[in-house]
Ligand binder design. Structure first.
Ligand code: SIN
Ligand code: FE
Length: 302
């Protein structure tokens, strides 16, 4: 199976026909990466200097932006650069939301924008703990931000100005990954869920879904024998291209590259076209138990 679904869009806001959007959502929800080789996110001259890695605080992987509060975090820039960063990331957030609405019209009104990030630190050779090491295959799960079954959809654009591609690898299907790691994971107790919340380790109560996803994420990254032996596909994601992927579903690793913009979205499982392909459905089927809270408060994403 080709992991990439190519769509030849060259403008962030050009309409597409129904057939293309139906194919796009089918591919996306079945674990493909929507690849937009001609979709460039262009920067003006002032913005190009914002790609210097010295603007990112040491120890951080990226500069982040909250589209709800318009707050930029993690930069060590001057006041003027901070404003430029704000404009750049706000524009990327808006363009990404517009793109998702065009490609996946069924998600409109239901999709929730999360944070955006500017990733200007070279991945290869970056020092980090195994849990933070995105050069190891993993599915995304955020330890402090429970999603309670909501999907994690991410838009990426390679904005490198020196011809440097981002190199990714992808691994096995979500079901194969889950079947391999679930036997190693114990259930979470209600006491543990409430202690994590009480001590503010999680922003909301960690659902059983989040517990299993986080453990799959951690156990995948920790298992070097698995990392070395699992069959991988290498992807070259060139400058001036963009791609969209359910990173909670697609086993992925970022091997090298520098200079990427990313916008995260959350999607309630009820908005999916093919819910049977979702990690929530697959885990509930394998574990034979419901994994999410039904009430609203516990699962809200911050
Ligand atoms: C990741 O989501 O694991 C990293 C992706 C990237 O920065 O290219
Ligand atoms: Fe990831």
């Amino acid at each position: 199976m080709d992991i990439l679904k190519n769509i030849p869009m060259t403008h962030w806001d050009s309409p597409i026909d129904n057939k293309t959007s139906e194919e796009a959502v089918h591919a996306l929800e079945h674990g493909k990466i929507i690849f937009l080789p001609g979709l460039n996110f262009s920067l003006n001259e002032d913005e190009i200097q914002l790609l210097s890695p010295t603007l990112t605080s040491q120890k951080r992987k990226n500069i982040s932006f909250n589209p709800l509060t318009l707050d930029v975090q993690g930069d060590m820039s001057t006041a003027e650069q901070h404003i430029q960063l704000n404009h750049l990331m706000q524009r990327y957030s808006q363009k990404s939301l517009g793109l998702v609405n065009i490609l996946f019209p069924g998600y409109q009104q239901k999709i929730i924008p999360g944070r955006a990030s500017l990733r200007t630190v070279e991945i290869s050779g970056r020092n980090s703990s195994y849990k933070k090491d995105d050069s190891r295959l993993h599915v995304d799960s955020f330890s402090s931000t429970p999603v309670n079954g909501r999907r994690i959809l991410r838009v990426f654009s390679n904005i490198n100005q020196n011809g440097v591609a981002r190199i990714w690898q992808t691994g096995e299907s979500f079901k194969t990954v889950a079947m391999r790691f679930i036997p190693q994971i114990q259930s979470i107790s209600a006491i543990e869920q409430h202690l994590l919340r009480l001590f503010k380790i999680t922003k909301t109560v960690r659902s059983a879904y989040d517990h299993f996803m986080l453990n799959i994420h951690n156990k995948m990254k920790k298992d070097m024998a698995y990392q070395e032996s699992v069959i991988k596909t290498t992807l070259t994601l060139p400058p001036q291209s963009s791609w969209i992927v359910y990173t909670d579903q697609v086993s992925h690793a970022a091997i090298s590259g520098v200079g990427v913009l990313e916008q995260t979205f959350y999607l309630p499982p009820t908005a999916l076209h093919y819910p049977e392909t979702s990690p929530l459905h697959i885990l509930e089927e394998l574990l034979k138990q419901p994994l999410v809270f039904k009430h609203k408060q516990a699962g809200s994403t911050a």
